[in-house]
Design a protein around this ligand. Structure first.
Ligand SMILES: [Zn+2]
Length: 235
């Protein structure tokens, strides 16, 4: 995922994981708590925010670990909306290396999804977690968390692979089209991004998915940005 950059603030949470520095902007917690707000059940909001945090962290570490393997030294930043894995090296990489790095984000999420599914299929686990009407609070929360983790890592991963900027799929489309046509590839990827983004926005505004207007607004704004980028390239 890549939605702009976030300047450091004094309220950032900073830590190191696997030798890679991580910075979490305060708006990250605020934004996702708002998105998952359940007025009568703050515990459920907390579980949701924890699952989003883990999922986006795993996604960005997919990118970051590949960047490091390619000789960069990456940093992971989570901000209001999503996150990014950046680096300051200007080492040249091949199209193939960039494609692998871009796919590694959603790929890491698919691995986490598979891991949760695997846990689910362990004999007795499902019965232990959900024994009927006798669930404890902890069992209920864990059940909820496993549901969120499956949903986020499967669906956000698939959405992220759509050829729309600035999603990973949009950047993968740019790499592929530029390799195919070095002169017009970037422009073609912007046309593709604007068209697919607009179509998906339409689907979320007018199709059977009408109860998710946020996703429609998100894709409409991504399509508009691709359209603007096309305009500014022309002049
Ligand atoms: Zn990504």
């Amino acid at each position: 995922m890549f939605f702009g950059t976030a300047e450091p603030t004094p309220f950032d949470l900073r830590f190191n994981l696997l030798g890679i520095p991580v910075r979490v902007h305060p708006f990250f917690w605020l934004f996702w708590a708002m998105m998952g707000w359940v007025p009568r059940d703050p515990g459920s909001t907390a579980v949701w925010v924890a699952c989003v945090f883990l999922s986006i962290l795993v996604h960005e570490f997919g990118h970051a670990l590949v960047l490091r393997a390619q000789g960069m030294d990456p940093e992971v930043v989570l901000h209001a909306f999503g996150g990014y894995a950046s680096h300051h090296n200007d080492r040249r990489t091949s199209t193939w290396q960039r494609l692998v790095m871009l796919f590694a984000g959603p790929g890491a999420g698919f691995l986490l999804y598979a891991l949760v599914r695997l846990l689910w299929s362990v004999p007795g686990f499902r019965e232990w977690l959900s024994p009927g009407q006798m669930e404890t609070q902890g069992q209920m929360r864990l059940l909820q968390a496993l549901g969120y983790l499956q949903f986020i890592n499967l669906w956000w991963g698939l959405i992220n692979l759509l050829p729309v900027y600035p999603l990973d799929g949009g950047q993968m489309a740019r790499e592929l089209l530029r390799a195919w046509n070095p002169w017009r590839g970037v422009e073609m990827s912007l046309y593709l991004s604007a068209a697919v983004g607009a179509a998906i926005a339409g689907w979320f505004f007018f199709g059977p998915q009408r109860e998710h207007p946020y996703t429609g607004i998100l894709f409409a704004s991504m399509a508009f940005e691709s359209f603007q980028a096309l305009q500014s390239r022309r002049y």
